[in-house]
Design a protein around this ligand. Sequence first.
Ligand code: UD1
Length: 418
Amino acid sequence: MEKLLITGGTPLKGEVFINGAKNAAVAILPAALLMDGICTINNLPNVSDVKQFCDILELLGVKITWNNEHEIVLDTRNIIRTSELDITTKFRASYYLLGALLGRCGKAQVGLPGGCKLGARPIDLHIKGFEALGAEVEIAQGNITASAKELVGTSIYLDFASVGATINIMLAATLAKGTTIIDNAAKEPHIVDVANFLNTLGADIRGAGTDVIKINGVESLNHTGTYSIVPDQIEAGTFMLAAVASKGDLIIKNCITKHLESVIAKIIEVGGQVDSNGDKLRVWCDKRPSKANIKTLPYPGFPTDLQAQMGVILALANGTSIINESIFESRFQYTEELNKMGAKITSQGKSAVFEGVERLFGSRVYASDLRAGAALILAGIVAEGTTEVFNLEYIDRGYENIEEKFRSVGAKIERISF
Ligand code: UD1
């Protein structure tokens, strides 16, 4: 067991380098199953979700060679299984195996996907999409099985712009016969990244990043290719918000500033400052943040994955703020932990009221999910005294070397085994 021990009160100053996007990586790894050849993927983040995905791919018969901790070579010529029931239950993104294996082999079976507990997380839209393409899908005994003699392109309207459903349907449609149109598609940067990856391998996907994606099915993908994963906008946003919360001054390197516009707008609204320059951002704040209201929305709106980190700023803001979480049912568990540290937050359902306090105090706090864990680290960095953060397995799913990165910009933070 491990915990983070943080002594708060130091403004963060210096430079942070952003790694590849975890959410893109966990879609691009299974997307590689659609090729029958050897591809190289670089700028992979070194996080536990990526390692788990690689373990699954190996069980399916993919030969994996690590060139270094961020670059992998996948040989997908010999798929020996289309079913993996154990590891797949441990994390959410394993649902992408359905679309990828269905596309490559015409059948797929995974355990019902797990992941962060943010309320009910159905995958009905994924299933509707597969069925529209001609697949049969069955859920029994905690497993999902999908099979199809042939997948045929069609028009699919998503009731909600789901990230997972958009990518999964794109995967299943890449090698389908004819054209598939996904209407009301999600527009998150990693959707564009998966489309770019597949197009690099010879797919014909147009419109990713808009709400209509057109996939002209191709017979097969190229037998080789190299791709570099997009920088992680959530990791970048986490450090941007850490700069503001700690009244610090950070240069965030290797990010795509366009992906962060909603975050930049909110930082300016609470009194922080941002200077963007190519693939770099400087974020600083020298005063107590002001109140602001936030509503999380699909991209390009304010991301739900930065809601908790923003919550730390609003907990300390001058005035009362409201956060409305419109994506997930249950994403305010972290507020109870912040209240242990002296915050005054009342949450009910999908809204929370933040009555700003002047300071937080160190406490023992427990991460309830990946981004909640990041928020607790931010809270520990700004709190008076010592904070212990537990349940690091959530944080390690999606942040590479998080304590080393924070330490390199002045945070007093160490990982302790107990
Ligand atoms: C992805 C991200 C996650 C992010 C989220 C929203 C990955 C691996 N995870 O999750 O970090 O927080 O997007 O940006 O990329 N829904 C349905 N039926 C479906 C699919 C979704 O009702 O078939 C609902 C979900 O329950 C949820 C909402 O739609 O309330 C958003 O889900 P979705 O956009 O699919 O997010 P994920 O793919 O789970």
